[in-house]
Design a protein. Structure first.
Length: 610
C-alpha cells in the first residue's frame, strides 16, 4: 500500500511539474546521427515531430519527452518503409535516454532560456530485399510486366505499393474495367533479410464502354458535348482515354467543372456505362486589363465575352482598348477595337475556327497608322503539344511615315505551327519548366503603287528551368529570329517591318528604337531581327517575387539576322502574386544609350514578360 501510494505521489509530482512549466517552453536543438542516405534523412526529418513542430509548437519538458517518445515509433516506421526492418531509433535529451525516469526533473532544473540537445541516433540495420513476388489470379502477361518489381530489389514499401498501382492500371487499360487488387501481403524472413510479397488480383472479363450519359447540361447542346468526347459506346474501356475525354470536355471553355464516373455494374451487354457530370460557367464575362510602360504609356481595356452563343460553345469576344496615354514614343492617343468569333469542333473534333475583325489607330515615332483587319483562321490540335493554323487576312492600311502618306490593301496567308510542353493553358499562369516555340510564315501582297510581294518569316521560343525543383527559382530564356524575303526595306509597308526595343524584345530601349533610323532619329523599320533574353525569377514568399534579366537584340535592313548593331539592356523587377497572375514591375537600363534614348524604361503589367 505504501509503495503504491509513493508511485501515485511520484506521478502527481511529474504532472504538477509539467503543469507548472506548461507556459515555459524548453528550447532545444535536434541532431540526427547514423549512416543514412540523403533520401532517407529527408524522409526522417519530414516525419519527425521534433523537427516539424520545433518552431510552430514550443513544448515544455514533459511535452518534449512525449514528442521524442512518439518520434521513436514514427521514425522506426520510416526505416521499415525503406526496407530496414531491423532498424532502431534511440532518442536522448541532454544526454539522457527518454526512458530515464529522472529526465523530467533534470529538464525542469535547466535554467530558463537554455537550449538542450536532442540526439536522434539511427541504426539502419540490414537492408531487406524482395525475394519472391507472387501474383494470385489470372493476369495477362503485359499487365504482369507492369508490376516492375524484381527479386533482389530493395523492399521499399512505396515501391511495392506503386507496383500494385501500376498492375491495377495496366489491367484497367487492357479493358478490365472492374478489376480489383487486394492489399499486398508481405512476409519477412529475418534470418535471410528478405521479404516475400503476394498480390491478389481479380481481373474480371474485359469490358466495353456502355451508354454515355450527361448530368448538369443546361444551355450546352448534348449532341455537341457528346461529339467533344472522342470516346463512344462500344469502345474498349480504358481509363486513360476516358480521362482524355473528360479533359477535352473541360477544355471547351463552357464548363466550370467536369467529372466522370463509371457504373458499378455492367449492363445487359456486359458494358460499363459512363456518366459525365458538368457544371456550366456563366454565359457572359467581363475582363478588364491595364498596363503601363514609359515608352508606350498606359493602356486600358475591357472585353465582353459570350461563351456559348448558339449552344455549341461558340464564343464571341468584343474588346476595346485605349492606348498611348503618356508614352515617350507615342504622339497621340490610339485605340484597338476587336470582335472575335471562336467555333470549336470546326469540321473535325480537333479543329477550331477563328474569325477576327479589328480596327486600330496608333501614332508612334516610327509611323502613324489607321487600319481595319479581317482574319479567318483554322486551327488544328495535332497533339497535346503541337498546334498548327492556316488562314487568310485582309487589311486596309493607311500609314504615314516621315510625312509620306500611303494606303495599302494587304492580302496575307498566315501559317504557323507551335509547340508547348509547359502543360499550362492559362496565359497568365507562370511556367516553371518546358518549352514554348513557334514558327510563322506569312506570304503577303501589298496592293499599292508600286505593289510588293513578300514573305515574313519568324521563329520564336522560350524555355524554362525549374532550378529549385519547387517552381520558386526559375531560369527563363527566350529568343526571336525574323526575316522578310522578296521585297526591299521600303517596298514593305512600315507596319509590316521588324522593330526591336521594348518589352517584347530588348527592355531598357524605347519601343521600336533599335534598328535603322531616319536622320531625325525616328525608326525606319527593318527586314531582319534577332533578340534574346536571360531572366532569373525568384519567389520570396507566398505573395512576392523578384527578377533579374538581360536582353540583347538587333534589327537591320539586311534580310539576314545578326547583321545590325547589337544593343543590350539589363534590369530588375518585383512581382506581386495574385489569384489571376503576378503583377509585374520591371525597370531596365540600356548599356549603350542612343542619342534619342531614355535613361531607363519602366514596365508594369499582369503576368510575366514571357
Amino acid at each position: 500500500m505504501r509503495n503504491r501510494f509513493g508511485i501515485v505521489l511520484g506521478v502527481a509530482a511529474i504532472l504538477a511539474a509539467a503543469s507548472a512549466r506548461a507556459a515555459d517552453p524548453q528550447p532545444y536543438t535536434v541532431a540526427l546521427t547514423g549512416e543514412v542516405s540523403d533520401a532517407l534523412k529527408n524522409a526522417l526529418d519530414d516525419s519527425a515531430l521534433l523537427e516539424s513542430l520545433h518552431d510552430v509548437a514550443p513544448a515544455g519538458p514533459f511535452a518534449l519527452i512525449e514528442r521524442a517518445r512518439e518520434d521513436e515509433t514514427r521514425l522506426t516506421g520510416v526505416l521499415e518503409s525503406y526496407g530496414y526492418y531491423q532498424g532502431k531509433v534511440a532518442i536522448s535529451i541532454d544526454g539522457h535516454p527518454i526512458a530515464d525516469a529522472e529526465l523530467p526533473q533534470i529538464l525542469d532544473a535547466v535554467p530558463d532560456g537554455t537550449s538542450v540537445a536532442v540526439t536522434v541516433a539511427v541504426d539502419r540495420g540490414p537492408l531487406y530485399r524482395l525475394r519472391k513476388i507472387e501474383i494470385v489470379g489470372e493476369v495477362p502477361a503485359d499487365a504482369r510486366a507492369a508490376l516492375k518489381l524484381s527479386p533482389g530489389d530493395p523492399a521499399v514499401a512505396t515501391d511495392i505499393l506503386a507496383g500494385g498501382a501500376r498492375l491495377l492500371t495496366a489491367l484497367q487499360e487492357d479493358g478490365h474495367a472492374l478489376a480489383e487488387l487486394g492489399k499486398p501481403v508481405a512476409y519477412a524472413d529475418d534470418s535471410a533479410h528478405a521479404i516475400d510479397v503476394t498480390f491478389t488480383v481479380s481481373a474480371g472479363p474485359r469490358a466495353e464502354i456502355g451508354a454515355i450519359a450527361f448530368a448538369g447540361l443546361k444551355d450546352v447542346n448534348e449532341d455537341f458535348a457528346r461529339a467533344s468526347l472522342g470516346v463512344h459506346t462500344g469502345d474498349l474501356y480504358q481509363p486513360s482515354k476516358i480521362e482524355k475525354a473528360r479533359a477535352a470536355l473541360a477544355d471547351i471553355g463552357v464548363f466550370a467543372s467536369v467529372d466522370v464516373s463509371a457504373g458499378k455494374q455492367r449492363d445487359a451487354q456486359g458494358r460499363v456505362p459512363l456518366t459525365f457530370t458538368v457544371t456550366e460557367r456563366p454565359k457572359h464575362a467581363v475582363t478588364l486589363t491595364a498596363q503601363y510602360s514609359t515608352d508606350l504609356g498606359a493602356s486600358v481595356g475591357a472585353t465582353w465575352s459570350h461563351r456559348n452563343l448558339f449552344g455549341n460553345a461558340e464564343q464571341l469576344n468584343l474588346s476595346a482598348t485605349g492606348t498611348g496615354l503618356g508614352g515617350s514614343d507615342v504622339n497621340a492617343l490610339g485605340y484597338d477595337l476587336k470582335a472575335q468569333y471562336l467555333q470549336p469542333l470546326f469540321l473535325e473534333p480537333q479543329q477550331s475556327l477563328e474569325a477576327d475583325l479589328e480596327g486600330l489607330k496608333q501614332n508612334l515615332d516610327a509611323y502613324d497608322q489607321q487600319a481595319v483587319v479581317a482574319t479567318v483562321l483554322a486551327r488544328r490540335q495535332l497533339s497535346p503539344e503541337w498546334t498548327a493554323s492556316a488562314g487568310v487576312s485582309l487589311m486596309q492600311d493607311k500609314v504615314n511615315q516621315e510625312g509620306l502618306a500611303s494606303t495599302y490593301q494587304l492580302l496575307a496567308l498566315p501559317l504557323s505551327v507551335s509547340y508547348d510542353s509547359t502543360g499550362l493553358t492559362d496565359a497568365l499562369a507562370e511556367p516553371a519548366s518546358g518549352i514554348r516555340a513557334a514558327l510563322k510564315a506569312v506570304p503577303a501582297h501589298a496592293f499599292a503603287n508600286p505593289g510588293a510581294t513578300f514573305a515574313i518569316l519568324q521563329a520564336s521560343g522560350s524555355t524554362y528551368f525549374n532550378m529549385s525543383g519547387d517552381g520558386r527559382s526559375v531560369l527563363a530564356l527566350r529568343a526571336l529570329l525574323g526575316s522578310i524575303e522578296g521585297a526591299s526595306q521600303f517596298n514593305v509597308p512600315p507596319d509590316q517591318r521588324f522593330y526591336a526595343g521594348g518589352s517584347a524584345t530588348v527592355r531598357g530601349y524605347k519601343y521600336q528604337s533599335i534598328g535603322p533610323l531616319f536622320a531625325d532619329g525616328n525608326p525606319v523599320g527593318a527586314t531582319s531581327v534577332a533578340a534574346a533574353t536571360v531572366e532569373f525569377r525568384q519567389r520570396i514568399d507566398d505573395d512576392f517575387g523578384a527578377a533579374l534579366f538581360a536582353d540583347a537584340g538587333q534589327a537591320s535592313a539586311d534580310t539576314l539576322p545578326f547583321s545590325g548593331t547589337l544593343r543590350v539592356g539589363v534590369g530588375a523587377g518585383v512581382r506581386y502574386y495574385t489569384g489571376i497572375g503576378p503583377v509585374r514591375l520591371d525597370v531596365a537600363v540600356p548599356l549603350d544609350r542612343p542619342p534619342h534614348g531614355d535613361a531607363f524604361e519602366l514596365y508594369i503589367g499582369l503576368g510575366q514578360a514571357f
